[in-house]
Design a protein around this ligand. Structure first.
Ligand code: DP6
Length: 361
């Protein structure tokens, strides 16, 4: 697919400020993207569930620049100017100028806010970068007549989001998405994510994700730095083979509604991710004693009750508990009674699989 535009001229008069807004969710990877090549190409394919309650809302106010030297970007996060974020976004916009050449002619004001507290320790790059990418695609669609096809629109948004943050590529699709070339899906690509090549088994469509916040502290090692440590990692080759194998098995479980295999693969992926971190050079540890405590308790609970509750981890100490909505009364009672004591300030977020991003009109 070719995502460049063949015009660089804004064709409409832009004396009045215009606005586009999107709400885009975060996602939780079940098969983890860990390790990348040049230009945000993943070293292995990944798969995630799209969330619903954890999202970013971004608005871009834009008008044609009055003077060529006018500042072109002002960024506000939760109503306040935020220079570190602004610099990051400025760098990103420069990187994607060939895909949106009209950006050189626009003056932008970007407003962004998250549904979850900034200090919750939840990585927000997936929701924020996908929301931004969707807004940019909307500007293209509105003024250049391209991207009218829904599939083309979301595929370009995924491609652009990937250049901002790899995991963001998967957030633009409903329920579940894969990113990275796999033989099981002929439309799959390393450059953008896509929906599953089959209808998700109804058993998984109502899955919930309880995000247990173990620590709100900023991570000592960022995901980007962690990815870099996969270059020359002694287990890299085997890891990339294992990810492909796990993805294949997970696709089959998601199709058939095989919750037993689902649990085995998802927990294996979570523990493998952190094992890779520990065995990097230098090695690092992002999980916390309370992370381990909860893992132990979840496994005990599953064995005792037969309820199919499992865990996954992001690149940090927080735990995502996955379970069917049919079990949510039981599980949530258990979380409140036995698990919140291990969370920072007893904080947890009740999330669920969602329908993907939404344009705010
Ligand atoms: C452990 O997408 O945050 O969450 O591409 O450098 O922005 P960058 O990394 P990022 O890495 C996510 C890592 C992960 C696994 C995953 O989401 O697949």
């Amino acid at each position: 697919m070719n995502f460049t535009m063949n015009t660089s001229e804004i064709i409409l008069p832009f004396n009045k400020e215009k606005k586009v807004s999107w709400r885009s969710p975060s996602n939780i990877a079940l098969v983890k993207y860990w390790g990348k090549k040049e230009n945000q190409i993943p070293s292995n394919p990944s798969l995630s569930f799209t969330l619903s309650e954890s999202y970013t809302e971004t608005s871009i106010f834009y008008k044609k620049k009055e003077y060529l030297n006018a500042a072109s970007l002002e960024f506000r996060f939760e109503g306040k100017k935020n220079l570190p974020f602004q610099n990051k976004i400025e760098g990103f916009l420069k990187k994607i100028i060939e895909y949106f050449p009209f950006l050189t002619e626009l003056q932008l004001k970007i407003d962004s806010r998250n549904s979850f507290p900034h200090s919750a320790g939840i990585a927000s790059s997936a929701s924020s970068m996908s929301a931004l990418a969707l807004c940019l695609c909307s500007i293209e669609k509105k003024h250049f007549g391209s991207l009218n096809d829904k599939n083309e629109f979301f595929t370009k948004a995924s491609f652009i989001a990937r250049l901002g943050s790899g995991s963001a590529s998967r957030s633009v699709f409903p329920y579940a998405a894969t990113w990275g070339e796999i033989i099981e899906n002929s439309i799959s690509s390393d450059e953008f994510a896509s929906v599953l090549p089959f209808e998700l088994n109804p058993k998984f469509k109502n899955y919930k994700d309880a995000i247990l916040i173990i620590s709100k502290q900023t991570k000592k090692v960022s995901s980007t730095a962690g990815h870099a440590l996969m270059v020359g990692h002694p287990f890299a080759k085997e890891r990339f083979i294992l990810a492909k194998k796990n993805l294949k098995l997970l696709l089959s479980a998601l199709k058939l509604g095989d919750e037993k295999s689902f649990i085995e693969i998802v927990e294996n992926e979570a523990l493998t991710l952190h094992a890779l971190m520990m065995s990097s050079n230098p090695g690092f540890i992002l999980i916390h004693p309370n992370t381990l405590k909860i893992i132990e308790k979840v496994r005990d609970y599953r064995e005792k009750t037969g309820i199919k509750l499992c865990f996954t981890l992001d690149a940090g100490p927080n735990i995502h508990l996955l379970y069917s909505d049919n079990d949510s009364d039981e599980v949530e009672k258990y979380i409140k009674k036995e698990l919140v004591q291990y969370c920072e300030n007893e904080f947890w977020i009740s999330d669920k699989m969602g329908e993907g991003p939404m344009e705010i009109l």
